[in-house]
Design a protein around this ligand. Structure first.
Ligand code: ADP
Length: 305
């Protein structure tokens, strides 16, 4: 099995303080963290930790943060040979403020991620053609993602698209018809369909609306309330796994990494969604983004419990 992740690479700088600063205010905080982030990276790490052969395709800038990202990816065993250094753009960053109630505010500078274009698809075309599954998100230009999607699908692979961060302007039907599986959370589903689901019936209606616009499979992530899935031949609901959730950062990314792993492994849609839901649930029991992704042994133990 092989999985390609075409997406963002960021360095996250997170500050922790009692409260978030008001405009014009300088505040003394408590501590900070500096780590690997970006939805692309998070999903690639999730796949690698499960044991999948994974390729990460993306861009960094010729700067300190780019070096930090490469070092972190190497330490996590994510292959970096399709991560290109862009001489004209800076490595992407997210500056995150967290207060004592875990409320946050985030500024993302896309940098090199948003300069990704067709040339990256061309230079990595052999990887895309050889992949069973392609994982896409919305932190790189969609146009480039769709070029990669076409290569993967022509070669018989499938494309899983996470429409996150939520696209305020929605998505054209032309995009939905060029992917195989879409995995929005409640907010993203609301933006894409006009219906923000909070239960199975509403998720089923939203999935029907998405499929009517051209995507064969819709998987609606309802956070702690479970997951709904629908294809032309199957539909169902996976009840949430019971966990002590302490940090939901990147739960969606671990879900998508798990979904890619299970589908590449030949599992049915319903089994793959259940596998993915276990990955998402397990990730909420640990702090951090990539560091919270579960191993195959942890997921298997939860599925067999
Ligand atoms: P996103 O991070 O995209 O908003 P969600 O918050 O919906 O995604 O989380 C992704 C998946 O992780 C959920 O669909 C669910 O399977 C699992 N998950 C998230 N939070 C919990 C939780 N508190 N308990 C159990 N499972 C959870």
């Amino acid at each position: 099995m092989s999985i390609a992740v075409f997406g963002s690479i960021n360095i996250d700088l997170t500050t922790y303080a009692k409260r978030l600063p008001a405009p014009g205010e300088t505040l003394h905080g408590d501590t900070y963290g500096l780590g690997l982030g970006g939805k692309g990276c998070n999903q690639a790490v999730a796949c690698v930790k499960l044991g999948a052969q994974t390729a990460m395709i993306g861009r960094i800038g010729p700067d300190m943060f780019g070096e930090t990202a490469l070092k972190a990816l190497n330490e996590l065993n994510v292959p970096t040979d399709h991560i290109y250094s862009d001489p004209d753009n800076k490595t992407g960053i997210a500056v995150i403020g967290v207060d004592e109630k875990a409320e946050n505010c985030i500024t993302v500078i896309g940098g090199a991620n948003m300069a990704i274009d067709e040339s990256d698809v061309v230079r990595s075309q052999a990887v895309f053609k050889a992949s069973d599954i392609l994982l896409l998100q919305l932190e790189i230009p969609m146009q480039a993602g769709l070029k990669a999607a076409a290569l993967v699908r022509e070669a018989g692979g499938r494309v899983i698209f996470d429409p996150a961060p939520a696209p305020a302007e929605g998505l054209a039907d032309a995009v939905l018809s060029q992917i195989d599986i879409i995995t929005p959370n409640e907010t993203e589903t609301g933006l894409l369909t006009g219906l923000r689901p909070s239960n199975r019936a509403e998720a089923a209606e939203a999935a029907t609306r998405l499929r009517a616009r051209g995507v064969p499979v819709a998987i609606i992530k309802l956070g702690a309330h479970g997951v709904y899935f629908q294809s032309a031949t199957e539909e169902g609901f996976v009840e949430p796994f019971k966990v002590e959730a302490i940090d939901t950062v990147a739960a969606g990314d671990c879900f998508n990494g798990g979904l890619a792993y299970a589908l590449a492994d030949g599992q049915s849609l319903s089994d793959a969604v259940r596998f993915a839901a276990a990955c998402g649930a397990l990730s909420t029991t640990k702090r951090g983004a990539s560091s919270a992704a579960p191993t195959l042994a942890e997921v298997t133990a939860m599925l067999n419990a």
